[in-house]
Design a protein around this ligand. Sequence first.
Ligand code: SAM
Length: 211
Amino acid sequence: MRLRHIRGAEEAIETSPFVIQNPKEHRGHFCDLFGNTNPIQIEVGMGKGKFIMELAQKHPETNFIGIERYSSVLLRALQKREELEIPNIYFMCVDAKELGEIFAPGEVEKIYLNFSDPWPKDRHAKRRLTSPDFMKVYDQVLAKDGRVEFKTDNQDLFTYSLEAIPEAGWTIEAFTRDLHHSDMAEGNVMTEYETKFSAMGNPICKLIASR
Ligand code: SAM
């Protein structure tokens, strides 16, 4: 998802109390921002943030951070965020490749990857958020029993991920190629893309990985 440049997006983000400014300064003590020691879960590439905001409302006992690299996209999430009274969620405007410099080892309990950009050309495989390079980054920040949960409707990206994730030393704990008709559907929170693509009849794939 790449929206056109929106005038004022950077300024709105830089002045928003819901966006973590200079995230690297909070490394190792993100809990202080939330004022508690609840576990922290993050969504990488949250887009307009529907999924993570709904999750935060459903799970007040967990802290959430939504990560999106484009300010024009994050602005959409912020606009929605401003209408809600939820104390357990912040956003960051950063690229996922920086996560290891932002979070201390073990600081993140769970990473959600939802409908990540497929980057279908082989020469762009390293940009896929389930590539071994990105799995290495997640390994740096995840807690001991941490999990990566990945959903997509893109069969090729899913097949790639089922191979690339174990190659990176991880274990696929569970997976399905038809989430909405599987026993993994319980408690499922739909993302914006999931709503759109499942309405078109596309089955939704999901995997859970640990190491
Ligand atoms: N997760 C949302 C959903 O399921 O509705 C949005 C999916 S959208 C296709 C993917 C989003 O991931 C885009 O907004 C894109 O900017 C963001 N993204 C892609 N690569 C990223 C990266 N390396 N770091 C942070 N965000 C990224």
